[in-house]
Write a protein of this length. Structure first.
Length: 218
C-alpha cells in the first residue's frame, strides 16, 4: 500500500533535482552531481579522533559554496523535500554505504521539540529515516532526545559552543543501545561539540561503538 501511495504521489509531484529543480528520478541530475563532486571529501574515514567519544567519522562533502547554500535552504527555508537529494547522494556512495552496514542502529542528532515545532521537521531525522529504510538498519529516534533548547551553535564561538551543548542531551530506552554499534547522523560537522556530546551520552548509556556520518564537514 505504501509503495502504491508513493507512486501516486510521484505522478502528482514528480521527483526533482534538489539543486536545479529539474525533474529527475534520482533527485539529483547528472549535471549538478558533476558540479558538486569537487566538494567531495576523498579521505572519508578517520579513526579515533583524539579526545572524542565517537570512534570513527564519515563526511561526504566539504562545507563550501554550493553545499553550504543548499544545506542552509534545507534547514532554514522550509525545503524539507531536499532530504531525498541528500539521502540519494549518500546511498549512491558505495564506499560509505559499505562501511555503514556494520552498524546495529541509526540515531539522528535530535533537535529540541520547540525548534522542531517551529521548523516543522528535523532535517537530520529525515535523512536518517531514508538511509535506515534503504539499508535496512533499525532506526532509534526515541533513544536520544534534546532536553534543553540551546542557542544555535552557528552563532557562538568555539568555547561558547562547547559550554552551550553540555548536558543538552538525554538517553532513554537504554536497552535499545546497550552493547550496540551506533551510527549517529547529523547534517554538518564543525567543531564536533554536538557529535561528541551525543556520543558521550550514548557511551555512558552502554553503547559499544559510535560512528558519525555527516553530509558536510566545515
Amino acid at each position: 500500500m505504501k509503495k502504491i501511495i508513493n507512486n501516486i504521489l510521484e505522478l502528482v509531484y514528480p521527483p526533482t533535482c534538489g539543486f536545479c529543480g529539474k525533474i529527475c528520478s534520482n533527485y539529483i541530475c547528472t549535471k549538478c552531481y558533476a558540479k558538486i563532486k569537487k566538494y567531495e571529501i576523498k579521505n572519508r574515514k578517520n579513526y579515533k579522533v583524539k579526545d572524542m567519544y565517537f570512534d570513527e567519522m564519515y563526511n561526504v562533502f566539504r562545507y563550501e559554496e554550493d553545499i553550504r547554500n543548499i544545506l542552509i535552504r534545507y534547514k532554514f527555508q522550509n525545503k524539507a523535500y531536499l532530504y531525498k537529494t541528500f539521502s540519494k547522494i549518500i546511498l549512491n556512495n558505495k564506499k560509505i554505504c559499505g562501511n555503514l552496514k556494520k552498524y546495529d542502529i541509526i540515531i539522528p542528532v535530535p533537535i529540541h521539540k520547540k525548534r522542531k515545532h517551529r521548523r516543522g521537521y528535523n532535517q537530520t531525522e529525515l535523512v536518517a529515516k531514508e538511509i535506515s529504510h534503504q539499508l535496512k538498519i533499525k532506526m532509534g529516534k526515541d533513544v536520544l532526545i534534546k532536553n534543553i533548547n540551546t542557542k544555535a551553535q552557528s552563532e557562538l564561538s568555539k568555547k561558547e559552543r562547547n559550554d552551550n551543548i553540555k548536558g543538552a542531551f538525554k538517553v532513554q530506552n537504554l536497552q535499545k543501545i546497550k552493547n550496540k554499534k551506533i551510527l549517529l547522523i547529523d547534517d554538518i560537522y564543525t567543531t564536533g561539540n554536538t557529535a561528541n556530546e551525543c556520543s558521550k551520552m550514548l557511551k555512558l548509556a552502554g553503547a559499544k561503538n559510535i560512528g558519525i556520518l555527516t553530509i558536510a564537514k566545515d
